[in-house]
Design a protein around this ligand. Structure first.
Ligand SMILES: C[S@@+](CC[C@H](N)C(=O)[O-])C[C@H]1O[C@@H](n2cnc3c(N)ncnc32)[C@H](O)[C@@H]1O
Length: 369
């Protein structure tokens, strides 16, 4: 996003335009009135990554616009970053410029911060990191009360821990989440809390068991588990599966099982087409699934997964790409009708928008209507 577009005076108007665009795009599915959840106008991004540019005695953060991918854009001011990110950007750059060892061959910095006040900073180099670098980075950790990871080719130096603990509040209850460096976490924590509240509200009373695909670190799972007897969640990333299990223990949630599988493989297992070693300890027949929750990457659902989820009574679909959501709904709305429809403005000042759709199976005779 060109940062020149960040102007809080235009925020509400831009959100209204997004709401109108989405209402129009999905009108053929006759959804109920769109619910719109806004973002803080500034300081909403809890993670960010920058390339580091060096010129003579100066060093600075840069980003690249998609339209001009070879043209670095200098970033001295990053008002969409969390207040921790904006503060650390200045403090770290001052320290880096003052220290040849910290500065030399540094080419990227990544920030992962939380509403709970934690910060993890990854400093990425084109050189091998030694004890002298470690000593300086440990001083920075101490001084700014942050966690630092140094990385270079085939090297990952974790100076304290490779994760932060986020605390999110949903309907007055607090949930703690481990968020690990380099694994997926929602970028806008305030809006994430709104999504979780929406999903908790609309899954209340559904009963039965939940199956979740693309569960990540258990962001939705942890909060929604209370609305179901049992939950079976799946996710492809090893780090996220480990983190999800850590989070269930951390929050004393005991009715969830996570399997590390692609949604494609899991769909074929549930359809009884293939057996998978990773499911050998899970008795699929013991579940009485009433509801499926999916939160896929931008590509949306593959055909097999789309077909699988159309067999469930209730579908909760969280999407970061309205175009792939639209394509999947063309199929899903043959058998289901949309009962809740929402947008969550995770990405202010861009064209991107997160959608939430709740679908319920049509009664016999209503299909294809
Ligand atoms: C948009 S994220 C959602 C994660 C989680 N629901 C959350 O709210 O943080 C999508 C997740 O899908 C996982 N993923 C990507 N492709 C997958 C696939 N083919 N099968 C299963 N999981 C996949 C990613 O690792 C990522 O954790």
């Amino acid at each position: 996003m060109p940062l020149s577009k960040v102007n809080p005076a235009n925020y509400q108007q831009q959100l209204t335009a997004k709401a109108e665009r989405i209402t129009q795009q999905f009108s053929e599915f006759s959804p109920p009135t769109l619910s719109v959840y806004d973002s803080p106008e500034l300081h909403f991004r809890v993670r960010a990554e920058f390339k580091i540019w060096h010129q003579d005695d100066d060093s600075y953060y840069v980003m690249f616009n998609k339209a001009e991918p070879k043209q670095p854009v200098r970033i001295d001011h990053f008002p969409i970053g969390s207040t921790i990110i904006t503060r650390l950007m200045d403090q770290l750059m001052t320290a880096i410029k003052a220290s040849p060892l910290l500065r030399h061959k540094l080419f990227q910095i990544e920030f992962l911060t939380t509403l709970s006040g934690e910060a993890l900073v990854s400093m990425i180099y084109h050189k091998r990191l030694g004890e002298d670098w470690q000593q300086l980075a440990e001083d920075l950790q101490q001084q700014y009360q942050i966690k630092i990871i140094g990385r270079s080719k085939k090297q990952r130096m974790v100076l304290s821990e490779d994760y932060v603990i986020e605390t999110l509040t949903v309907k007055g209850q607090q949930y703690n989440f481990q968020q690990v460096e380099n694994s997926f976490t929602q970028p806008n924590a305030t809006v994430n809390q709104k999504m979780l509240t929406w999903a908790l509200d609309h899954s209340q009373g559904l009963g039965g068991d939940l199956v979740e695909l693309y569960c990540g670190n258990g962001n939705f799972t942890l909060v929604l588990a209370q609305n179901f007897n049992k939950v079976l969640a799946t996710e492809i990333s090893k780090t996220s599966v480990k983190s999800a299990n850590y989070n269930f223990e951390l929050n004393q949630v005991s009715n969830v099982t996570v399997a590390r599988m692609s949604s494609e493989d899991f769909s074929s297992a549930l359809a009884g087409e293939r057996e998978f070693r990773r499911l050998k300890d899970i008795d699929l027949g013991s579940y009485q699934f009433s509801t499926v929750l999916v939160d896929p990457p931008r590509a949306g659902l593959d055909t097999l997964t789309e077909k699988l989820i159309s067999q469930f009574e209730n579908i909760l679909y969280i999407s970061c790409n309205p175009d792939t959501l639209y394509n999947n709904l063309k199929q899903l709305c043959q058998s289901h009708q949309i009962t809740q429809f929402a947008i969550f403005d995770q990405f202010p000042y861009t064209d991107h928008i997160e959608c939430g759709v709740m679908l319920t199976k049509k009664q016999q005779g209503e299909e294809n209507e």
